[in-house]
Ligand binder design. Structure first.
Ligand SMILES: [Zn+2]
Length: 342
């Protein structure tokens, strides 16, 4: 059994990593930068397994040797770090991993530490890591996966060999999505929402499915009375709209914020005739009815919300501000109607 084939836009980066790290049997620190949704965490995880793989075949990791099996089960004694990308870790965990990294390898020929999102490290943890990078243990490789190297301490970046994952061509991203989710027909929609990042598109597809209309309908409640707009804002921030009466919401507020910002941008672009409107029906009508100046203002607020999301800022406040800026919004009415109504 071999590993899943790697996405096509990884090819160039992977080839360089393979030449410089896997086959060359180097030790030290490697940093892979990738914008969200390009699969940087997945690629670096794969790199860790390839570094430990016992097979040494050109298409590493082989997926079937003892080391690959252990890594797949999350029990490889020479692989350290969190077991998955979203996992939070603190100084104590990091210190333990760094100590393990310095031990002699048990199964493979080297020890590996995988650190996704190293920008979340506090000051103390960053300096503990830096100490190891300055004097790396023999046979050890540290693999860092980050969105942007500029968010990391320069002292850490300067110790690492940097690689950057490119965005895929649109056609190649669509072909990959089709293979990944053949039952889905909305690949174009997801890829647009994800602004060309295929793994993000996949997440949108899996999370929302046919619920895109429901998300749009929830946002459309912003245009009702203020109390209703505030209730909708809260539902969006907590993800409650997506729970469908069940306990756990399936769509976090930060994801919703980005989708909403993309819709408002589409409405603005359509207003200027730059692209055709790509917004689900429940929200298309209220957005189209907004005067252009209000639409521009909404666009700024939605972008701000999307930027704030996931940073730990007060997201509910930002959602409420967005909702209240829409609530009771005056609609642009055809000039004749005003006189008829009077
Ligand atoms: Zn293997």
């Amino acid at each position: 059994m071999n590993e899943e084939p790697a996405p096509p836009w990884w090819a160039e980066t992977w080839e360089r990593l393979e030449t410089r790290w896997i086959r060359a049997r180097r030790t030290g620190t490697v940093l892979v930068e990738a914008s969200e949704g390009l699969g940087g965490d997945e690629l670096t995880r794969r790199l860790c397994v390839a570094l430990l793989c016992l097979d040494g075949a050109p298409e590493s990791p082989c997926g079937c040797c003892h080391a690959c099996h252990l890594a797949g089960a999350g029990t490889h004694p020479d692989l350290h770090g969190p077991t998955e990308a979203g996992e939070r870790y603190g100084i104590d965990e990091l210190r333990a991993w760094l100590a393990d990294l310095a031990c002699r390898p048990v199964v493979s020929s080297r020890t590996v530490l995988w650190l996704p999102a190293p920008d979340r490290l506090g000051l103390a943890a960053a300096s503990a890591l830096l100490k190891t990078l300055e004097e790396p243990p023999e046979d050890a490789v540290v693999v860092l996966s980050a969105r942007n190297a500029r968010t990391l301490p320069p002292t850490i970046v300067s110790r690492a060999e940097r690689h950057r994952l490119p965005y895929p061509e649109r056609a190649s991203a669509l072909a990959w999505l089709e293979r990944a989710r053949p039952s889905d027909e909305a690949h174009e929609v997801w890829l647009n929402l994800a602004e060309g990042a295929p793994f993000l598109a996949l997440r949108y597809g899996a999370l929302v499915g046919t619920r895109l209309e429901l998300l749009a309908a929830t946002v459309a409640r912003f245009f009702g009375p203020p109390a209703e707009a505030l209730r909708a804002a809260q539902a969006l921030q907590t993800g409650a709209w997506s729970a469908g009466g069940k306990e756990s919401p399936t769509f976090p507020g930060s994801e919703a914020a980005r989708v909403v910002a993309r819709w408002v941008r589409s409405a603005l672009a359509a207003r200027h005739g730059v692209e055709s409107l790509a917004v689900p029906a429940p929200l298309a009508a209220p957005l189209q009815a907004l005067p252009t100046r209000r639409l521009v203002d909404l666009h700024d607020r939605a972008r701000l919300l999307a930027r704030l999301s996931g940073t730990g800022a007060n997201e509910l406040l930002a959602w409420e501000a967005l909702a209240l800026s829409c609530a009771g919004a005056p609609r642009s009415t055809p000039a004749g109607n005003r006189f008829r109504a009077a």
